[in-house]
Design a protein around this ligand. Sequence first.
Ligand SMILES: Cc1cc2nc3c(=O)[nH]c(=O)nc-3n(C[C@H](O)[C@H](O)[C@H](O)COP(=O)(O)OP(=O)(O)OC[C@H]3O[C@@H](n4cnc5c(N)ncnc54)[C@H](O)[C@@H]3O)c2cc1C
Length: 460
Amino acid sequence: MNLFGSYDVVVTGAGSSGIVAAIRAAREGANVLLLEGTGFLGGLITGGRLTKPTGLINSKIFHEMLDRCVGYKGADGRVRESYWGKYTGTFDAEVMQRVIIEMVEEAGVEVLLRANVVQTVMKHSAVHGLIIRTKSGESLVLAKAFVDASGDGDVAALAGADFMLGREADGLTQPITSYFRVLNVNVPALIADCEANRADMWEVVYPKEAGNRNEDYAMAVLLTGFQQRIKDKVAEGFDWIIPKDHITMKTGLIPGEISVNVTRFQGNGLDDRDLSRAEIEIRKQAYCAFDFLQRYVKGFEDAIFLEVAPKLGIRETRRVTGQYILTEADVRGNKRFDDAIGLCNSPVDVHEPGGSRAIMDHVGIGYGIPYRCLVPLKLDNILMAGRCISVDEIAFGSTRNVPACTMTGEAVAIAAALAAKRGVSTSQISASEVQARLRELGVWLGTPGEDVPDVLKQAS
Ligand SMILES: Cc1cc2nc3c(=O)[nH]c(=O)nc-3n(C[C@H](O)[C@H](O)[C@H](O)COP(=O)(O)OP(=O)(O)OC[C@H]3O[C@@H](n4cnc5c(N)ncnc54)[C@H](O)[C@@H]3O)c2cc1C
């Protein structure tokens, strides 16, 4: 078989967690290959148009990415607040793509797009190589350490890792949702409509100092509700084909741009038939929601349907079982851990598997994510980052958010780069060494007794 190359660290998946992992590992001195199955960088945060990190940003690399987006006038750098907590940094997907390309190239990361990992090469329980499938055929990639940032835990699963999938009760995962974007919305009129119907809205966030132009609201508006309006219009005969009883929207960079989160497809994100059906059904739902908005919500009268996000919005697939499984009680109880690698205040955001509702619960000042959640049981030389880490089904509602994904990417990169530098396996690297480097970089770890950032202490 063709040998594609031999590296210090190979990161699979160029989503938010993989990008951060690849850049950090390279900055720590590793020779890094970043493998990605699609033809673009960013995964869900670019291709899925998931442009609002829910929670405060703690990863230093991701912070830098957002700062650079702000520099290009493509992100809102201010701290904002909703009922579920504080957050910062809504950004534009294409500006983010530009920043990612810039930072990956500056760090000297080698990128291979349209390369799917299809097999692992093992030496006993340690991952030694990957087989990738590309247009040219199959090739072997060797490395000293591997990071699985595939979102789906593909690499760990191929290596034989244990994993959890969906709810313990029935195996159902959170539904698949793709955002769709519309242009030419009259945002002040939309906000006035939401304010006039406040009882039907549970989230109306916008800059109170804003004026009466669409551009005053760019990247700074969040609206959730319309539950009663949907019910009423269905009673009047509107054919609402979407298994979700409310709508969430956010403004984008383009004046009058609104991204809508409402589609919902219940399926297994690892099943080919479900994935294919989801692509079609979600589009039909998006067209239905667009018709609803144009007819019944002020500001949408002259709206133009721009796109359904090109990357399917898969919320949940495998959660790879690690040395520790973070629990709902840990998250809600703001538990600190001796081996924590990041303080996380992302809310518990669970879209009801098989149902129409959602919860979005504030978690206070946050909890620590243990390093052990990134280390798969029984395997060596492979670490997990992003939405596939070891957590229970409710804790997942918090750790799947971008702030958490990027923290885990940064932590495993440090461990992988250190292992490669020393010529040892990742199991030889201790959590305390990773923590020491993160602390040096200024990351809030979430360890017992550690202080919290001022912004979290400030009363709302
Ligand atoms: C509808 C929806 C709304 C959301 N809203 C928010 C929100 O408001 N705020 C928030 O913070 N978070 C939100 N999230 C969650 C968040 O966007 C994701 O959980 C996060 O971006 C995942 O990052 P990741 O790097 O783990 O995975 P991904 O972004 O999924 O990246 C994984 C990458 O790996 C690649 N890949 C997969 N398998 C292979 C393979 N075998 N070989 C090579 N490459 C592979 C994929 O193509 C992909 O690019 C939302 C998610 C969805 C779906």
